[in-house]
Design a binder for this molecule. Structure first.
Ligand SMILES: NC(=O)c1ccc[n+]([C@@H]2O[C@H](COP(=O)([O-])OP(=O)(O)OC[C@H]3O[C@@H](n4cnc5c(N)ncnc54)[C@H](OP(=O)(O)O)[C@@H]3O)[C@@H](O)[C@H]2O)c1
Length: 251
């Protein structure tokens, strides 16, 4: 079982990350939270400070993670504040307008930079730090969308797929250094990211439910984790539909 006492959360204002942060604080963790919108971040940090005991420390720093030149100094600030780092959760992301991306490579590039390049920048720095320390947990919120390209969201899917494969390789590299690399693959989650979608039906999960799965996976140091669990079976089927049938489907 991994010790989850000093944790950095990137994208801490995300609904899934906020619920995960609450559960981590309830288990005694100290947190350093990074979010883009400073007023939203202040509210999240204040709420977590109220929930924390006097031995726990919670603070945050606002940053647009697209600016990769600040990633190293963010990690330094977090490490100084926490007095070392046991685990990191990377949760920021955007759900692209697929049609807008089809019309503009600039838009596609921005979405890939947000959902993949900025994550890989953080992972490159974190991997080297945790490898030196010979312990730690790196968890990233990827998506089931990264398991197979679909016409309705293949820009998002390509970015998440890149992150999932990168993490697979990183897990393989860092296993010998006692570092756990956890890939979280949620299905449909009821958060601001999916506002405007029809959320009826049994496939939708609440962020609290996904957060519980994230904390469990980080504690155990699991590998690829589908949340809720039934997405493992859905994606197994989707991955195995032959291409000549798949390309005729409206997914
Ligand atoms: N909801 C789903 O159905 C679903 C399914 C699978 C995977 N996921 C993944 O789960 C993660 C969390 O998403 P969510 O559902 O909780 O949605 P959310 O509440 O909309 O959170 C997305 C977060 O990403 C932050 N963000 C976006 N671009 C950023 C940037 N350049 N720098 C820093 N922060 C940035 C946003 O900050 P602002 O508040 O400043 O915009 C927001 O806090 C994402 O990686 C998402 O792709 C979600």
């Amino acid at each position: 079982m991994n010790s989850l006492k000093r944790i950095i959360i990137f994208g801490a204002t995300s609904a899934i990350a906020e619920q995960t942060a609450r559960q981590l604080v309830a288990r005694g963790a100290s947190l350093f939270c990074v979010g883009r919108d400073s007023s939203k971040l202040d509210a999240v940090v204040h709420d977590l400070q109220v929930r924390a005991s006097s031995e726990q420390r919670v603070d945050g720093k606002a940053a647009d993670l697209l600016d990769v030149s600040h990633h190293e100094s963010l990690l330094d600030a977090a490490e100084d504040f926490l007095g070392g780092v046991d685990a990191v959760l990377i949760a920021h992301g955007t759900l692209p307008d697929q049609k807008a991306c089809e019309a503009s490579f600039e838009q596609t590039r921005k979405e890939i930079d947000t959902n993949a390049t900025s994550v890989i920048s953080l992972l490159t720095l974190l991997a080297n730090r945790f490898e030196r320390q010979r312990s730690g947990v790196i968890a990233v919120v990827s998506s089931v969308a990264g398991d197979r390209g679909r016409q309705s969201n293949y820009v998002y899917g390509a970015a998440k797929g890149m992150v999932s494969i990168f993490l697979q390789g990183l897990r393989n590299r860092l296993a010998r250094s006692n570092v756990s690399v956890v890939t979280i693959k949620p299905g449909f989650v009821d958060t601001p990211m999916t506002a405007g979608m029809d959320k009826s039906g049994p496939l939708w999960a609440k962020p609290e439910q996904v957060a519980e799965g994230i904390v469990k996976a980080m504690t155990k140091g699991s590998g690829d984790v589908y949340l809720p669990w039934f997405w493992y079976w859905i994606m197994l089927i989707i991955r195995h539909i032959p291409e000549f049938i798949f390309k005729r489907m409206s997914l």
